[in-house]
Design a protein around this ligand. Structure first.
Ligand code: ATR
Length: 284
């Protein structure tokens, strides 16, 4: 049986949890001919580095920091990847580049029973993770407002999504304004609170925390962030980003193998390895 290879490229990539998650899924389904590995490719040789897995017959790869945007020029991005401006999954059989972060988030929110359609959702952050989240949430029918430390960057995100995906109605506000906006869901797409800075929260201390909201924190290490603790202390519900990590990977798994991904196995694999390592957000 010919070996079927997939993997992840990044720089650095040693910290990636994707190999553990995907190889656990292959093992659980008895796919002994499938293997997922990590390839460290510096940005200045990205084009050359991409040839390596292609020439070695890889089925596809995941793409992580810092290549998600730069890789766009070497693949055929699908509509979602074009709108988000980043590719995190490639299928070499078709040459198509996809972005599974937005759907990974939406699927995990749905799995947790969080309503999105017609909900007011506050997104914290304006980087790549936020762009995927805002795109997915707006397309799912939410009214989205964005708060970011650098307001100019939030405005740029709004313009980009309007230009690339025709998304309208996005608002940029200050955290003060957001505090009384009346959202039902807050999605943290910043890296604030990430290990080892576990006491930090993107919701500034002293500003009243909204009561009875749901917080979805893309940060998954620690499993219970300072923001999640603030939320629960004010009668809300908090969900960590591990499920998004598993589900964005599961969408890629299904794309490559054509099989239903064993989500529970993938989550368990992540949970057990996170006891010792891993510092990232819920996007791959
Ligand atoms: P990613 O691609 O993972 O989203 P990024 O593009 O580096 O990563 O974005 C990180 C996000 O976290 C940004 O919204 C950033 O705010 P700025 O745009 O103002 O830089 C936010 N962030 C990081 N550190 C922060 C901090 N200490 N306080 C507030 N926001 C912070």
């Amino acid at each position: 049986m010919a070996e079927k290879r997939v993997g992840v490229i990044g720089f650095p990539v040693e910290h990636s949890l994707s190999p553990i998650m995907h190889n656990a899924a292959f093992a659980a389904l008895g796919l002994r001919d499938w293997l997922y590995d990590a390839m460290s490719i510096p940005p200045d040789i990205l084009r050359l580095g991409l040839r390596e897995p292609m020439q070695h017959g890889y089925v596809g790869i995941n793409v992580t920091v810092p290549h998600k945007e730069a890789i766009m020029q070497f693949v055929r991005p699908d509509d979602t990847a074009k709108a988000i401006g980043a590719v995190n999954t490639i299928d070499f059989r078709t040459g198509i580049g996809a972005n599974t972060d937005a759907d990974g988030l939406l699927k995990d929110l749905a799995a947790n029973g969080v309503e999105i359609a017609d909900a007011r959702v506050l997104v914290l952050g304006a980087g790549g993770a936020a762009r995927a989240a805002v795109y997915g949430l707006a397309r799912a029918g939410a009214t989205v407002a964005i708060v970011n430390r650098t307001m100019k960057r939030a405005r740029r995100l709004v313009k980009q999504l309007q230009d690339t995906a025709g998304i309208r109605g996005l608002q940029v506000m200050t955290l003060d304004e957001a505090a009384s906006w009346g959202m039902s869901l807050i999605v943290n797409c910043t890296s604030v609170g990430l290990h080892p800075h576990i006491t930090q929260s993107p919701w500034i201390v002293g500003l009243p925390f909204p009561t009875e909201v749901t917080v979805y924190d893309m940060v998954y290490r620690p499993a219970n962030t300072a923001l999640m603790q603030q939320c629960v202390a004010h009668g809300g519900r908090a969900i960590g980003g591990l499920g998004m990590l598993a589900r964005q990977g599961a969408i890629a798994f299904e794309l490559w193998t054509g099989l239903e991904p064993p989500i529970a196995v993938m989550m368990d694999a992540l949970r057990s390895v996170l006891e010792n390592k891993g510092e990232a957000k819920g996007e791959g």
